[in-house]
Design a protein around this ligand. Sequence first.
Ligand code: ZN
Length: 491
Amino acid sequence: MDESFPPCEDFYKYACQGWIKGKVAKLKETRAKAATRTSDVSKWNERSIIALLDAIQTSSPGAEGKLKQFYTSCTTNTRWTALINYAQKPNDSQERNILGKYGDWLYDRIASFLIAHAKKELCSFILQSKFPLLLAKLFLEKNIEIISSAAEISNRVLQTVKKSVTSAPWIPTPIFLNTTIEFVPVTFDNPGILDELYSSLPLDSNDLLKNLEQVDKFNKLQESSAHLGSIITAAKLTLTQNATYHLVPDFVFVTPGWVQMPRFHPGFLDVFKFANLGVTVGHELGHAVMTYLNGVALENKTQVFVHAEPSEITKDVFKEKCDCVERQYSGYKVHLPNKEGIRINGTFTLRDNVADIIGMEMAFKSWVDNDIENSSYGKFQFPQLSRFTKEQIFFISWAQEWCEAFEDDETETTRLTDQVTYDVHSPASVRVLGTLSNFKEFSDAFHCPVGARYNPKANFFEITHKPFPYPNPVKLYTSDEGDLKPPTQLF
Ligand SMILES: [Zn+2]
């Protein structure tokens, strides 16, 4: 955070600048180009995978034993320097071919590779690609509690969305959403099948190169099987970070790798869970709402009717709201270091801007309606955050999901220019500005006067249309039970 920035004028900097400063210094040390919440979660996931691999007993039978054998051959491999040298010289070695796509990755990571622990990081990276089924199984088993906590919050947001689109005054013919939310890409009902499958893979704990050859041959065979091929594709999603809406068969999918620290933890207060996971699920549900409100969706560039067509009033009002958002974002420029900013294309980014705005409204309303914290956290206090109201904490925590730091001005300019040109999502700072400028509760929470950059007008894009009552701000509390994590995502 950096409270020297006025929140009603530059909330992105207010929430992110402290973190950005710290990260820029670290980026220069590690030669990485950019840092985001996603890159922090990736590091966390990498450490989780290493912990899982370290914990497997060397004597483990079956498929896990094979995983351990490969891992051991990787962590004890003495020919890394030779591999790296080869990897840097394309067309110059057989080993380059075996390492295949790791070559470029290795090249970028040479500096960090040489520091302690990096060998395990590299091995974890290779194993994730070579053993997707086994890694997915281990990771999902470890994440049962996280997934159930994430599903609980997400389903609360889903209920709020369903209620809102059946009761909004501008939707006279109620719309009934059938959308569901999924977190698990693949289930392993019979783990014995994996033991059987991997029994045909010969491995040697002392020979990484030979193992790479063997596992590549083995995987090629498995992936060519129609049945197993699709399961492997699904399993590969487990450790990625993504949230998506799928029109057919109408569900939101959040990957298990996304709901991780510092973004999500079952021990977080609900305010953090709703601000981070809740708004993201709300965004994906926003895409669902849009297809229901249009009645049609684009499938391979042709319009198909997927839902009952809404009434004329509904379509007109929704179009008016969207036109307003289009104009709003077309008026924004993203700031570039030492240069004229670039203008946002409000038409190109419209769908995701509207999804952002719907997501914020729905998650905030869901959090307020459920009001879990009033009843459960009265006893415990967080002194370092007591100067904020819990509504303020919600918005700060959400904005911090979008903080990004760049190694230098050139990287920042290139990345932001590319994003504005090619990405249907607005750049992070514009997402924060555009979403909160449409949300009255933000202006209320930070007492932004009408006319402030974040409170430009009196009309707000809202599905529910009317302001809703919510309790007076109370102090932020948490449980002091030893193993509950503090909200480390506030920085
Ligand atoms: Zn989207």
